[in-house]
Design a binder for this molecule. Structure first.
Ligand SMILES: Nc1ncnc2c1ncn2[C@@H]1O[C@H](COP(=O)(O)OP(=O)(O)OP(=O)(O)O)[C@@H](O)[C@H]1O
Length: 362
C-alpha cells in the first residue's frame, strides 16, 4: 500500500498538517526541532500502533491538547482505496478505524501499513537487546504469514501462564499441567519454525547487499532459536526444569531467540565501527524490504529519519536507490537539502518544509 495523503492533528508540535506525499520519494526538511521526525513518527504510528521514540503515548499528544489523531488515505496494490486512522487521548482511549469502521484489532490496521524505519538509533538492531532483533524478524513473518499474529499472542499467553505456575511453585510435571506444557511446546516450535524459515530466506539477500555496503567485511547472520542445539524444546525444558522452578520463570525457549551478527566467528559489534554498524543495519533493512516485496508482492513504506547523521553521501544515495528500485514509498528527513544533493535525479519526488510544526510543500 502507498499513502496518498497523511493528516496529523495535535501530534507533538504539529497542530494540523496535511501532506500529499509522492508515491516514490518524499523529502522533509527543516531545522532542528521543527517537527520533521514527528511527521515520520505519526506514519510509524499507523504501522505499529506506537511511537518509535517513547513508550509513553501521552508524550506525542500536543501539550495544548487532549488527544492526537493521524489519518491516512492510501491505494492498495490492487488499486483499492483504503482510509485508516488512529486516535489517542490522555484518558488512554485508543481508537483505530479502517474505511470508516472502528476496529478493536490493531493488528488489522498494522497489517495494512507495512512500515520500516531507519533512525540514528537503528544501530540498536545490532548492539541492542535481543528483543529488538526478535521484533525485526517478527515484523517480517507477521506481514507474510497471516496466522503468525494469533500464534504469537497464544505463545505469549502460554509463556505467561507457565511462568506464573513456576512462580507459585506448582509442578509442571503434574498430570493436570501436562496439557498446557504440551501446548507451550507446540506453539513454541511453530513460532521457531516461522522465524527460522524467515531468517533462511533473508540470509542470501542480506549477504549480497552487505557485500555492497560493507565490502571490507563478511558479515554473517544466523538465527539462534532460544535454546541449545541438539535438543528439542521439550528436552531442554525438562533439562532446565529444576533451575526454572528455582528462579520462577522459563529460562529457555523462543522468547530468548536472537539474530546473531558475526564476522569470522566474532560478534560483529566487537569489530565494526559505529558507521560500519549503520551500514550493516542498512543492509539488513534493505534485505528485509526486498524479501517483503518478493514474498508478498506488496509495496512497503520506509521512513529514513535524519539521513545526514546516519550515512555518508554515497551510502545515502545507494540506500534510497535500493528502496526505490523495489518501488517502496520512501520518506526522508534532513536538516538541509544539501544532504541529499543527488535527489534531482529522482523525477517523482516531492519536497516538504517544516517550520515550527507547519508543513508546506515546496
Ligand atoms: N507533546 C508535544 N507537544 C508540543 N511540542 C512537542 C511535544 N513533544 C515534542 N515537542 C516539540 O516538537 C518539536 C518537534 O520535534 P521533532 O523531533 O519532530 O523535530 P525535528 O525537526 O525532527 O528535530 P531534529 O532535527 O532536532 O531531530 C520539538 O521542538 C519538540 O520540543
Amino acid at each position: 500500500m502507498k499513502l496518498d495523503q497523511v493528516q496529523l492533528t495535535n501530534f507533538r508540535n504539529v497542530s494540523q498538517a496535511r501532506l500529499n506525499p509522492s508515491k516514490s520519494l518524499s523529502v522533509i526538511t527543516g531545522v532542528n526541532g521543527s517537527g520533521k521526525s514527528s511527521i515520520l513518527e505519526s506514519i510509524y504510528y499507523l504501522g505499529f500502533g506506537r511511537s518509535f521514540r517513547t513508550q509513553k503515548y501521552q508524550s506525542a499528544i500536543n501539550h495544548n491538547s487532549d488527544a492526537f489523531s493521524v489519518f491516512a488515505k492510501g491505494t492498495k496494490e490492487d488499486g483499492g482505496q483504503v482510509s485508516v486512522g488512529i486516535e489517542r487521548s490522555r484518558s488512554d482511549q485508543f481508537l483505530c478505524s479502517i474505511n470508516g469502521t472502528h476496529s478493536n484489532r490493531l493488528a488489522d490496521l498494522v497489517s495494512l501499513i507495512p512500515v520500516q524505519l531507519f533512525t540514528p538509533q537503528s544501530t540498536d538492531l545490532v548492539i541492542g537487546s535481543p528483543s529488538e532483533r526478535r521484533r525485526f524478524i517478527d515484523w517480517g513473518v507477521f506481514h507474510v504469514e497471516h496466522s503468525f499474529q494469533t500464534l504469537f499472542v497464544q505463545f505469549n499467553k502460554l509463556l505467561k501462564q507457565r511462568n506464573a505456575l513456576l512462580k507459585q511453585g506448582a509442578s509442571l510435571r503434574a498430570a493436570h499441567n501436562h496439557f498446557w506444557e504440551q501446548q507451550y511446546i507446540l506453539a513454541g516450535n511453530r513460532l521457531c519454525e516461522y522465524r527460522n524459515a524467515y531468517t533462511e530466506a533473508l540470509t542470501p539477500i542480506f549477504n549480497r547487499i552487505s557485500s555492497e555496503f560493507l565490502p571490507e567485511f563478511s558479515v554473517e547472520i544466523s538465527y539462534y532459536r532460544g535454546w541449545e542445539k541438539g535438543l528439542t524444546l521439550g528436552e531442554v525444558l525438562e533439562k532446565k526444569y529444576e533451575y526454572d522452578a528455582k528462579v520462577g520463570h522459563t529460562s529457555v525457549g523462543p522468547h530468548k531467540a536472537d539474530l546473531k551478527f558475526r564476522i569470522d566467528g566474532v560478534n560483529a559489534q566487537e569489530i565494526l565501527s559505529r558507521g560500519q554498524l549503520r551500514m550493516a543495519v542498512a543492509a539488513l533493512q534493505l534485505a528485509q524490504t526486498e524479501l517483503f516485496t518478493l514474498q508478498t508482492s506488496r509495496k512497503g513504506i520506509f521512513l529514513l529519519d535524519d539521513v545526514g547523521a546516519e550515512l555518508d553521501l554515497e551510502k545515502r544515495e545507494r540506500f534510497i536507490d535500493g528502496l526505490l528500485l523495489m518501488d517502496t514509498q520512501v520518506f526522508v528527513t534532513a536538516i538541509e537539502k544539501q544532504q541529499l544533493s543527488f535527489i534531482n535525479k529522482y523525477n517523482d519526488r516531492r519536497m516538504f518544509h517544516v517550520e515550527h510544526g507547519h508543513v508546506t510543500e515546496e
